[in-house]
Design a protein around this ligand. Structure first.
Ligand code: ADP
Length: 318
């Protein structure tokens, strides 16, 4: 990855420089805050520590969304449950790196649990025998505590999460990130650069206003050299449980995620329907995959998981 961004001003010192974000050439650059925000300049020793810590984690998958509210955290939790259930021999971890809005403890029904720190690091909370979770939500005295955290503090927390959690042997680590492309994403990607990332799964809803941001998200991945495993279209259709009529709650006026993927050369991993029971399960922390295994949403989820597993196992072309 080049240390000088494509849209850099003249005399840009480069993102790896100690002057990143601080040189006179940085004044007015749109990336100035990101460069100055504490993302490590120069090779950070943490990269090697993280590589060693995650050496027994086979596949690291970053979950992204262009916008908030499209179901990124919901999809992350569903993928976690489904990966763990469909491959009972696999160990799955979820890292909730949505520092300012950690929702995984609630969605996975383990809010209020304590994480323990021992000589070997922080132990994640076990949701089931083969699904574990680490979230900042476990460490905050109040759920509102992290909202005003600034870049360096958030980056420090992400570094700690990646270097100090004792996951044990994992087949899949799903990393739930905040919406958009912010300091946190750059930190996660940079800190994982030595450890290696399988790729990103991008979650969206079908309407154009959400897809616009997916384009940006995919361009961001291309810029930072992060492979895109594919796109999940969430809340695609609503099938009325009474009359079975199908409605588009978020109309795909521009062809939805399928057309977008075709245009951008990305893989459409699948589409999840809008299901009020799913929303209810997430609110109460119930395991939707176990409770409604034959629902259209879980059937769609199985196909998405199969695609992700296949993508992870496919040899990398670059
Ligand atoms: P994000 O992480 O993108 O901000 P969430 O995962 O928190 O979004 O989801 C936002 C809301 O939408 C939650 O109340 C969640 O339960 C609901 N939701 C997400 N996906 C679905 C779905 N497929 N069917 C019904 N409700 C959903």
């Amino acid at each position: 990855m080049s240390s000088v961004p494509e849209n850099a001003p003249n005399h840009c010192p480069g993102t790896q420089s100690e002057d990143a974000g601080k040189a006179s050439a940085c004044a007015g650059c749109p990336n100035q805050n990101i460069c100055a925000s504490g993302v490590p300049a120069g090779p950070d020793p943490a990269l090697e520590i993280i590589k060693e810590r995650l050496a027994n984690v086979k596949h690291k998958i970053i979950i992204l969304s262009g916008k908030g509210g499209v179901g990124k955290s919901t999809v992350t939790s569903l993928l976690g449950h489904a990966l763990a259930k469909l491959n009972p021999d696999a160990n799955v971890g979820i890292l909730d790196a949505d520092i300012c809005g950690p929702s995984q403890p609630r969605v996975l029904g383990v809010s209020g649990e304590q994480v323990h720190n021992s000589g070997s690091g922080w132990s994640p909370v076990y949701v089931t025998d083969n699904l574990s979770l680490m979230s900042i939500g476990f460490l905050l005295a109040s759920p509102d505590d992290a909202v005003i955290w600034r870049g360096p503090k958030k980056n420090g927390m992400i570094k700690q999460f990646l270097s100090e959690v004792d996951w044990g042997d994992l087949d899949y680590l799903l990393i739930d990130t905040p919406p958009g492309t912010s300091d946190e994403h750059l930190s996660v990607i940079q800190y994982l650069s030595a450890a290696g990332v399988s790729g990103a799964v991008v979650v969206t809803t079908p309407q154009e206003v959400a897809l616009l941001d997916v384009r940006k998200e995919i361009q961001f991945c291309q810029k930072v050299g992060l492979p895109v495993l594919g796109v999940v279209e969430n809340m695609s259709l609503f099938v009325c449980p009474n009359c079975q009529a199908r409605s588009e709650i978020f109309p795909a006026t521009t062809g939805g995620a399928r057309a977008l993927c075709a245009a951008l050369g990305a893989r459409l991993l699948g589409a999840l329907p809008l299901d009020p029971l799913l929303a209810r399960c997430c609110d109460s922390g119930a395991d939707f995959v176990a409770e409604l295994p034959h629902s259209p949403a879980v059937l769609a989820l199985r196909a998405i998981v199969a695609e992700i597993v296949a993508s992870c196992d496919r040899p990398k072309s670059s």
